[in-house]
Design a protein around this ligand. Structure first.
Ligand code: PMP
Length: 357
């Protein structure tokens, strides 16, 4: 055995330099979780039945690449089976794409502030991340993102609706952006919150005009299956074939696959999630507006309150009142909606701070 302080295995320097995923304050002690953009509706009886049945075969491997779910999704989306990939959450698929197409010496352009996993996954792939600031309306600055593309760029990531601001771009804005991106650069379109969106953007429709797009969607949000980890990507067959080569076999568990298939045939469940979210975000934004607190129009299951330096005060007040929220120091607070009591507790925290906000 080596002595303490002796040589030890070290990961690549990019891995040592990675930022850590952070967790919302008070998550373990609060009564309501409004910090992780989860659904507030539990799985339906039909989904649980499918989960139980699949779990009873847990001694067997699932299909190699999730063929049943791929068939259901391609049918529903009107694309070929050879255009869909499934995996353990859309994050796993994003990682697969970044690992297959980028790496040391290449660049990936991404919006910032956006989903915290982006710089981490870009770093794991060994590529250099090129963050492009949101505009003053908390929206993607698509022309600045296009201008940031260099000969080293292999991918441009866009998030619509954007996490954590909820902001959206329109199809017209996206199309003029996509036209300015070279055909050999991937456009990675993250549509994790699409089912809650108010914009008309549909990545699958756009694939016909722009074969360099990969669209990412998930069962974690509007289908309410975050704990099971199921997501999918849709792209053109040539890219899908290349990506399959980089896919881990058995990446989607049999239980996750069964639950996702059941969720696809249970529209009432998804509708109830989307309805609670739509009502919740209108309620929260309205109550904030009455109090003179600015929030950003949202196409997602959360609302962004751009408080700048006052963000940490609201976070502390929320935790004190029993609700966790997501705070980015110096920037703002993101509140997941869908549970009226949680939304009203955030409002109570705003009231408790009164004129200090
Ligand atoms: N993309 C965005 C923008 C997200 O906010 C999240 C989850 N917070 C994900 C992807 C990850 O989704 P999944 O659970 O499918 O990995």
């Amino acid at each position: 055995m080596s002595a303490p302080g002796a040589l030890r295995p070290r990961p690549r320097p990019e891995i040592e330099a990675l930022p850590r995923y952070s967790k919302a304050a008070g998550l373990e002690q609060v009564r309501w979780r409004a910090s992780s953009n989860e659904s507030t509706v539990a799985p339906s009886a039909a989904i649980l039945e499918a989960v139980n049945l699949a779990a009873s075969h847990s001694h067997l491997y699932p299909s190699l690449f999730g063929d049943t779910l791929i068939a259901r999704l391609s049918d529903r989306l009107g694309v070929g089976d050879d255009q869909v990939l499934v995996g353990a959450g859309s994050l796993a698929l994003l990682q697969q794409v970044l690992t297959a197409y980028t790496g040391p010496g290449t660049e990936v352009v991404y919006p910032w502030r956006s989903y915290e996993a982006y710089p981490i996954l870009i770093g794991i792939a060994g590529a250099s991340g090129v963050p492009v600031a949101l505009d003053s309306q908390h929206r993607h600055n698509l022309s600045a993102m296009a201008a940031a593309v260099t000969p080293q760029t292999r991918a441009v990531l866009v998030c619509n609706p954007n996490n954590p601001t909820g902001s959206e771009f329109s199809t017209a804005e996206f199309v003029s952006f996509a036209r300015s991106i070279p055909g050999d650069v991937l456009i990675l379109l993250d549509e994790a919150y699409r089912e809650f969106a108010t914009s008309d953007v549909d990545g699958v429709d756009l694939l016909r005009a722009f074969p360099n797009i990969v669209v990412f969607r998930t069962f974690s949000k509007a289908y309410g299956l975050a704990g099971l980890r199921a997501g999918y990507a849709i792209t053109n067959p040539a890219i899908a074939a290349d990506l399959s080569s980089a896919a881990p076999p058995f990446g989607l568990s049999a239980v996750a696959e069964a639950a996702a298939c059941a969720a696809l045939t249970d529209p009432a469940h998804t509708d109830s999630i989307v309805e609670t979210v739509t009502a919740g975000r209108a309620h929260l934004r309205e109550q904030l507006a009455v109090r003179g607190v600015e929030s950003v129009p949202s196409g997602a299951n959360f609302v962004w309150i751009p408080l700048g330096e006052r963000a940490s005060a609201l976070e502390a007040a929320c935790v004190a009142q029993g609700v966790s929220v997501r705070m980015f120091p110096g920037e703002g607070v993101r509140v997941t909606v869908g549970e009226r009591a949680a939304e009203d507790t955030v409002i109570a925290a705003v009231d408790a701070l009164a004129h200090n906000l």
